[in-house]
Design a protein around this ligand. Structure first.
Ligand code: NAP
Length: 290
């Protein structure tokens, strides 16, 4: 049994730990890159928009107060084999990786019957299959090298319940959470930790991307500007929760205790949630009619 991964930030004789992050050009991924850099990590950051990644690298250096060594790898996570490309880049640049955060993803508000097969599969390719591919590839390499590490998958609070028009998205996030937990049990004897991350509503580009995918004539129900600020987190809050969890054997990282409790209540009393959803839908219909 290999001991668990501990970030070696305090030991100046060891090389800096290296964090590999997908979806690092914006939102939670970008904030996590900056936070981990601040806590001593070097970075391998990836997304489709190269220029945005360069901006994140500059932000990381500014926040860390040192020249953060950063490898920028522009790629699309739906392309099979992207994980090997990303981890090859990490090993070429640093000879190692310690933390892997499969974060790239997007949301969509759409009733299931209005979702075609191509859209559903694309969502699962991006949110689910890409994160499984990356964590599996990372696990195989760590085991082969006899190294420890910590793998994270960005799931969501809606992995534990769903809402109207959120069936596909919630399903992709629930699938991630189950796989991450199974991997956590399987990889523990190898000294590799696996955690799913469960953010609540977070102020990122997520809702703009989701709006672009709305059906014509449909209104966005979960637009961030319509929500009380009490229920909206900043991506830095999620980033700090992830950074605090690095090296700790937590199967789930939550960023809101009340939502975690609510998810438990929904599981125990599903009828209560059904009533609340029914009521809020009726109110929304009445508001539209008046
Ligand atoms: N915001 C929320 O309320 C919330 C709540 C719970 C969970 N989450 C989860 O948090 C994660 C990050 O989302 P966010 O809120 O930070 O949204 P965001 O600001 O829209 O960031 C999404 C990131 O994913 C990347 N991405 C999307 N599709 C990609 C693809 N095919 N290939 C490579 N990169 C891709 C985007 O980069 P490029 O466009 O440059 O490729 C971007 O960096 C997602 O998994 C999301 O499901 C978000």
């Amino acid at each position: 049994m290999i001991g668990r991964y501990r970030p070696s930030l305090v030991n100046s004789h060891e090389p800096r730990p290296v964090a590999v992050i997908t979806g690092a050009s914006a939102g939670i991924g970008a904030a996590t890159a900056v936070e981990l850099a601040r806590r001593g990590h070097d970075l391998v950051i990836s997304a489709r928009r190269r220029e945005r990644l360069a901006e994140v690298a500059a932000r990381a250096t500014e926040a860390a107060g040192r020249a953060v060594r950063t490898e920028i790898v522009p790629l699309d996570v739906t392309v099979r084999g992207h994980s090997a490309e990303l981890l090859d880049a990490a090993e070429r640049a640093f000879g190692r990786f310690d933390v892997v955060y499969a974060n790239a993803g997007y949301g969509m508000e759409r009733p299931m019957h209005a979702l075609d097969d191509v859209e559903l599969r694309h969502m699962f390719e991006t949110n689910f299959f890409s994160s499984v591919e990356l964590c599996n590839e990372a696990a195989r390499r760590l085991i082969k090298a006899g190294r420890r590490g910590h793998l994270f998958m960005c799931s969501s609070c809606v992995a534990k319940f769903t809402l109207p028009d959120f069936g596909a998205y919630s399903a992709s996030k629930a699938a991630q959470a189950h796989v991450a937990r199974a991997m956590a049990y399987e990889l523990r004897p190898h000294g590799i930790m696996v955690s799913s991350v469960h953010p609540v509503t977070t102020a990122t580009e997520f809702f703009d991307v989701s709006r672009e995918r709305m059906l014509p004539g449909h209104e966005q129900q979960y637009a961030i500007h319509g929500m009380s600020r009490l229920f909206v987190q900043r991506p830095e809050v999620v980033a700090r929760a992830i950074a605090r969890a690095v090296g700790k054997p937590r199967t789930e990282v939550w960023t809101s205790f009340p939502t975690r409790v609510a998810a438990g209540i929904i599981t125990a009393f599903p009828w209560l949630f059904d009533m609340a959803v029914g009521l809020s839908r009726r109110r929304a219909t009445e508001a539209r009619a008046s």
